[in-house]
Design a protein around this ligand. Sequence first.
Ligand code: ATP
Ligand code: MN
Length: 460
Amino acid sequence: MKRVPIKEALTGVATGTEITVAGWVRTVRTSKGGFSFITLNDGSSLACIQVVADEQLPNYRSEVVHLSAGCSVAVTGQLVPSQGRGQTVELRASEVQVIGRADPERYPIQPKRHSFEFLRKQAHLRPRTNTFGAVARVRNTICAAIHEFFQSRGFLYVHTPIITPSDCEGAGQLFRVTTLEPGRGDEQEDFFGRRTNLTVSGQLELEAYACALGNVYSFGPTFRAENSNTPRHLAEFWMVEPEMAFCDLQGDAALAEEFLKSIFRAVLERCAEDMAFFNQRIDSTVIETLTGIVSSEFVHLSYTEAIEILQRAQRRWEYPPTWGAELQTEHERFLTEQSFKRPVIVTDFPASIKPFYMRLNDSPPPQGPTVAAMDVLVPKVGEIIGGSQREERLEVLTERMRGAGIDPEAYWWYLDLRRYGTVPHAGFGLGLERTVQFATGMANIRDVIPFPRTPRSAEF
Ligand code: ATP
Ligand code: MN
């Protein structure tokens, strides 16, 4: 059986010829006149093909009329112009092979609207729905666009380890990796002879490669034991991290802007059908927002300016904005959705709220020392990118580590990068799922990754 993707069949180029398609039944309508209309989807696109099967088929009474949502079938037939609304071609079946049945009494995905909460409990079957099929295709396009962006600019794709002894963010949101029985043995007896965890970021290791190969990036799974049940946090998510030698914060911000634009341009161009679906069913502003981003200049703002804007805003905050405190999601969203109505790059955050590896600024504002950090904020999602210029000065870096209570000895190799041929360098991390969320308008991050990992939830 040489199967034609339904997406290809629907272009109509093969009209008048015999083809075979295979997929899963969405709906079946049987007419009294001895016909059945079967809508079939194979995931190649949002659209289904209509199959017309008639009673001449040898298995018409025994099998075809009993088909229901979820059954898998392979259909061979003539592709003909269709009279029906919203479709140019349909398939006149000469053979319908029923491959797998799906008990209509028990198959959970019925042809009606299911809530996303319900579908999370059917994570193995939800890709058969319009929404989750479309999410998977957009996610795929974003991943391809990410690699194309970096590859076309000569960045090397580097694989950083998933099991690591380092704690990049220093926030204690680590998943331990151990083979010790709970409460038995100490770290020296553990598998690696030391404490290890799942990576929270590949940045430190990536810096080693940037400080040898110039422009590099990693793209892989990242783990954070964030016990926060929010629509924007997962315990396992995918992160893209470019790292550039001989680059400062400005160059970093410029890359971030170009990068986001190229991703969203790819989505608009290559996923038009899926995007029309999201715009109609999920968020009626999503295409307009993406189109706006592709053509608008991002706003650049220092953290200090951001705090002043927030303090001047006539608004009741859950967390009143004060210099020296983290920007909360309500602050981030206000800046990008209300103040500027486009993406905002906030730079130069107080050193006290940022990790040790971010470069200490030479001329800080009167409020206190700042670091060359940046967050890129977009409407609805808030922070989509976090990045910084890295501290390349050995003494300053060692001092910052001590100040953060980190033993510089534990990072001897990281300090070697400053001891031997140090260079200014910078990079950032883009959360893949936040990008998919933003591109699709999906409200909950659990609905843009196939099998979400969140507190108290790892069923699949
Ligand atoms: P936030 O403040 O939103 O929790 P963060 O400051 O901890 O994020 P970074 O350490 O800067 O995030 O990570 C880089 C990017 O990775 C973020 O901009 C975001 O897009 C993504 N990200 C971070 N944490 C998560 C998470 N738990 N789930 C999904 N994506 C995440
Ligand atoms: Mn961040």
